[in-house]
Design a protein around this ligand. Structure first.
Ligand code: HEC
Length: 111
């Protein structure tokens, strides 16, 4: 099929009309991906500290939802640097960049 001049114009028009919504949905998707990534980071803590850091009382693991984000970040960095000793947390904290620890502490810290 040969594209007529009019069909071509129409295609360009329709494409340009569709582009803005497509662009904004791509942005929404990237925000969504960012959100998932951040939640994924914090989800690795749930095994021991419970969903969203809401631990199990007397579950044998420290309750971390009593800490503010700032207090939590301080502890995580102390585990990472070796300033604070522990059984599990020193190894775990070393696996994250400071930015990632900040993200996790922001999500899990007491609101
Ligand atoms: C395998 C179990 C396990 C996982 C997974 C785990 N923790 Fe821990 N967490 C512990 C234990 C055990 C301690 C006590 C310190 C130690 O022995 O390492 C602790 C201590 C802590 C403390 C100090 C609490 C306080 O009262 O000072 C914080 C903060 C913390 N964890 C945050 C996290 C975060 C954030 C994650 C996810 C990145 C995480 N933990 C993942 C087991 C775990």
């Amino acid at each position: 099929m040969k594209l007529s001049q009019n069909t071509l114009r129409l295609t360009v028009l329709v494409t340009s009309l569709l582009m803005p919504p497509l662009a904004s949905s791509a942005l929404a998707q990237s925000n969504h991906a960012q959100d998932l990534y951040q939640r994924g980071l914090a989800a690795t803590c749930a095994n021991c500290h419970g969903t969203d850091g809401k631990g199990v009382e007397n579950g044998g693991m420290p309750m971390i939802n009593t800490l503010s984000s700032e207090q939590m970040l301080t502890q995580l960095k102390a585990f990472k640097s070796g300033a604070r000793e522990g059984t599990i947390m020193p190894q775990l904290a070393k696996g994250y960049s400071d930015d990632q620890l900040q993200t996790i502490a922001n999500l899990l810290g007491k609101k």
